[in-house]
Design a protein around this ligand. Structure first.
Ligand code: ADP
Length: 551
């Protein structure tokens, strides 16, 4: 057989990988009972693997080594059974006496494995083949019974836990531990227990090699399901194996120079390995932190969207509810004003007039709110038709002209339009009317007594030869600062001076107006030289606009 035939080299390799793997898992979380017991499982398996190595290598004391081999194997089922009780809940559900009771068969088996002339009577050395162990047949059966019985118990335990667990990640964890160890045990029990029972020894090294399944499965579970951080483990395994090679190299030095050079290599290797692991650890922690934050952000985002929707629903419902009583108030007030319920004094008339104006303002506010929530939900509906924009603008202008006279505002008002041109555009009449109304209303509101409001309508052609109608609403009122100019089209935003001149505004009008203009392929923009220097608003509507449903 020889020390380093292929099988022995494989045994050593798997033994070391197994040991490092177990150590890393243990070090990752030293407080965890699961990790601790998993480590013990790994230790017992490593003991078994190395015992096989010695048994196959040291011919002089092959009988003693075979006894150690069987002793080492007897540790695995008992430790694995304890592990199956602990994993994944982190505590034993066994009573003290039950724990000790389970130890009795193990101790018995351990003793009969070690005692001379008990389980193993001797070993036939067969050159260039696997040695054959001569057993006491009854005890060998007992041994097999203990090993398989304990494994079956452990698997029943794990399988029950697998069925019972609802938490996904733990279920996956159990699944992979179960599968990995099951494959390894089936191979191990067949090659190292059942076949020797039939006096076939040729494959009795296979069980140890099959441990690789356990390692691969658990490692796969770790990478795929983030049970532990694979990058850290991989780096540690990498650094660990290099250090191991350097150490062996160092220990096998023969000359002083070799001792020196290899010693130096080992020390620097340790230092850089440490640095490497530390940097990977740091990076991984940072990434985990970022992932955690991203997760929280996403949850907050989802919640915000929900809240936004709830808010929109709330606004829609309340606005609809407010509309009908308001219509009644407006209707009755208007009838009272007209004298439908008999004559009224001037005092009462004045008050009723105020009630009427206030309800009117409320109606506009509610309609803005409704439009806002419709826009936000993408549910604004447009009734696109060919309309004469000039007529529309002039009509609104005339209304304000009347108000100007009625309310004694003393404003100078003018309307200019190129007469010959055709101002027809495809638009929703009511909505565009609302936009024009809003612009002219603002020009009157944010103005001073005796100021002017100039309306100008023209046709323009842009660089791409597209024709648009351009409505210019100019006033010489309170104007706006540069800062206000950039923000007045946002919802609920009001200019600083605007809100002090006219306290009742909502900051919604321009937002809704611009959204409507955009839905017509157009836009609204504003200009002002500064506070106190008047403002000019432009509404541009392209004449070749094709409404979405007609495309
Ligand atoms: P509201 O008039 O209800 O405040 P708007 O969205 O119509 O809401 O207007 C937003 C803000 O833009 C106003 O509060 C005001 O500060 C400013 N603004 C609008 N039009 C004018 C204007 N013609 N002159 C000066 N400021 C204006």
């Amino acid at each position: 057989m020889g020390y380093f035939d292929t099988k022995n080299t494989l045994l050593l390799l798997i033994g070391f990988i197994n040991l490092i793997f177990g150590l890393v898992i243990y070090i990752k979380n030293r407080k965890s009972q699961t990790n601790f017991w998993f480590f013990l499982v790994v230790l017992s398996v490593t003991f078994w693997i190395f015992s096989m190595f010695f048994y196959r290598s040291i011919e002089e004391s092959v009988v003693f080594c075979s006894r150690i081999l069987y002793l080492s194997a007897s540790f695995i089922p008992i430790i694995f059974l304890y592990f199956s009780f602990i994993f994944p809940e982190e505590k034993f559900h066994l009573k003290m006496w039950q724990k000790y009771l389970l130890l009795i068969p193990f101790i018995t088996i351990a003793i009969i494995s070690l005692l001379p002339d008990a389980l193993i009577k001797g070993v036939n050395i067969i050159p260039d083949k696997e040695n054959e162990i001569i057993f006491n047949n009854q005890l060998h059966l007992l041994y097999a019974f203990y090993i398989s019985g304990y494994f079956v118990l452990a698997y029943i335990n794990l399988f029950r836990k697998y069925l019972k667990t609802v938490e996904n990640i733990i279920k996956t964890q159990i699944k992979y531990v179960l599968l990995g160890t099951l494959i390894a045990t089936i191979i191990g029990v067949s090659s190292n227990l059942i076949l020797p029972l039939l006096s076939i020894f040729t494959l009795n090294w296979l069980g140890q090699i099959s441990i690789i399944f356990m390692i691969v499965f658990i490692a796969y579970a770790i990478t795929k399901h983030h049970l532990m951080n694979i990058r850290i483990i991989a780096t540690e395994l990498f650094a660990g194996s290099i250090l191991l090679i350097l150490l062996v190299n160092f220990l096998t030095s023969r000359t002083a120079i070799e001792w020196l050079i290899r010693g130096f290599l080992f020390v620097t290797g340790t230092f850089f390995g440490y640095l490497l692991i530390r940097s990977v650890l740091k990076e991984v922690r940072q990434r985990e932190e970022i992932e955690k934050l991203a997760g929280e952000l996403e949850r907050a985002n989802v919640r915000l969207k929900e809240l936004d929707k709830e808010k929109s629903d709330f606004v829609t419902i309340t606005s609809h509810q407010l509309r009908s009583p308001l219509t009644a108030i407006k209707g009755y007030t208007s009838m009272m004003l007209e004298g439908s319920y008999g004559p009224i004094s001037d005092k009462v008339k004045e008050i009723l007039d105020r009630i009427f104006q206030s309800s009117n303002r409320l109606v506009y506010f509610i309609s803005d709110l409704l439009n806002l929530s419709r826009i936000e939900r993408g549910k604004m509906e447009y009734d696109f038709k060919k309309i004469n924009f000039r007529e529309l603008a002039q009509e609104v202008f005339e209304d304000f002209k009347t108000i100007n006279i009625k309310e004694n505002k003393g404003m100078e008002m003018s309307f200019e339009a190129e007469k010959v041109a055709d101002y027809s555009v495809i638009a929703d009449f009511e909505k565009i009317r609302q936009v024009v109304y809003n612009l002219m209303d603002n020009a009157m509101k944010y103005n001073k007594v005796g100021g002017f409001v100039k309306i100008n309508l023209q046709l323009i052609t842009n660089n791409q030869q597209q024709k648009s109608v351009l409505l210019k609403v100019q006033d010489n009122g309170i104007g706006m600062s540069k800062e206000s100019l950039t923000r007045i089209f946002e919802k609920f935003i009001r200019g600083r001076n605007g809100s002090s001149v006219h306290t009742e505004g909502t900051g919604l009008g321009l937002y809704v107006a611009r959204e409507i203009a955009k839905a017509h392929g157009g836009d609204i923009r504003a200009e002002s030289e500064g506070e106190g220097k008047g403002s000019t608003f432009y509404l541009e509507l392209p004449m070749d606009f094709i409404p979405p449903q007609n495309i």
